[in-house]
Write a protein that binds this ligand. Structure first.
Ligand SMILES: [Zn+2]
Length: 286
């Protein structure tokens, strides 16, 4: 599940490998991933890739003024291919949504594993035509994301801090994994109402958020696209580690499950030793 640091690394990777190359051909074996039809994705063929950038968790490839924008969502990924076979992949089969062939026979696949079908690809004249991009909140690695600005975002917000951190319209780029990690790092319950954080909590959370994301970006620098997922996983303390010992106190990492996702936390470090109610479990037990 790529978040800001992984998308940032993909951007850096594409700048190095793809910028300056001309798109030779576009295959679209997964037509459902395409969310726009004008201009057609085939119009990218013959044009030079002139830039790559990130908006929150959106990846934006500038193709001579046209923008190939991708939201990788939960199970999407960009697979770099040093050598692409000339035969097009089978339509509607397998994980490949879009395949971009470059003029030196390299290229990349935008893929989605699993059944969720949330990978979204757009071809637009301006990134602001993508609805999710216009709604994005502040980028946590930008200069405007000061501790004061963060405090103002949380003021009067009764929603739980976990939900606020992952709300893309508030802060752009933070997802399930890094929000679990920073809340564990500063010892805050994911269910704590945002407005109830003390100024000290706000300061510590801001510091942890910026540092965690920046560290992840730095570690991923120069790494191949294929290595990023394992790299991210190897540095997680609580996220996706249910049942394993907390690296700080040794207590068991616990989980709260929702319909399609779950969060992880340490009760000793974050909730005064009290396990949070797992709604799905308690509903099943009734
Ligand atoms: Zn702990």
């Amino acid at each position: 599940m790529p978040e800001l640091p992984e998308v940032e690394s993909l951007v850096a990777f594409l700048r190095e490998r793809a910028v300056g190359r001309v798109i030779a051909r576009v295959d679209v074996p997964g037509i459902h991933v395409l969310k726009t039809y004008a201009p057609p994705i085939s119009s990218l063929a013959g044009l030079e890739i002139t830039g790559a950038t990130r908006h929150g968790k959106f990846l934006d490839v500038d193709v001579s003024g046209l923008h190939l924008v991708t939201h990788l969502s939960r199970a999407g990924w960009l697979h770099w291919r040093k050598f692409l076979p000339p035969a097009p992949p089978k339509m509607g089969k397998g994980p490949i949504g879009v395949r971009i062939h470059l003029d030196d026979q390299s290229g990349f696949d935008l893929t989605e594993s699993g059944t969720q079908k949330r990978l979204a690809v757009y071809v637009v004249n301006d990134p602001s035509e993508v609805p999710g991009i216009t709604r994005l909140g502040v980028d946590p690695l930008s200069e405007v994301f000061t501790v004061k600005a963060f405090g103002e975002l949380l003021e009067g917000v009764r929603a739980q801090i976990k939900g606020v951190l992952t709300d893309q319209t508030v802060i752009a780029g933070v997802g399930n994994a890094y929000s679990d990690e920073v809340l564990w790092e500063v010892g805050l319950s994911p269910f704590k109402p945002a407005s109830s954080l003390s100024p000290e909590d706000v300061g510590r959370l801001h510091e942890a958020l910026v540092r965690t994301l920046q560290d992840a970006v730095t570690r991923a620098e120069g790494m191949a696209a294929g290595e990023l997922k394992a790299e991210k996983k190897s540095h997680l303390a609580v996220h996706a580690r249910t049942g394993l010992p907390c690296p700080r106190c040794g207590d068991e990492v616990r989980e709260v499950s929702f319909a399609t996702k779950s969060l992880q936390y340490c009760a000793t470090c974050q909730t005064g030793g009290k396990p949070l109610a797992d709604r799905r479990m308690s509903r099943l037990l009734k």
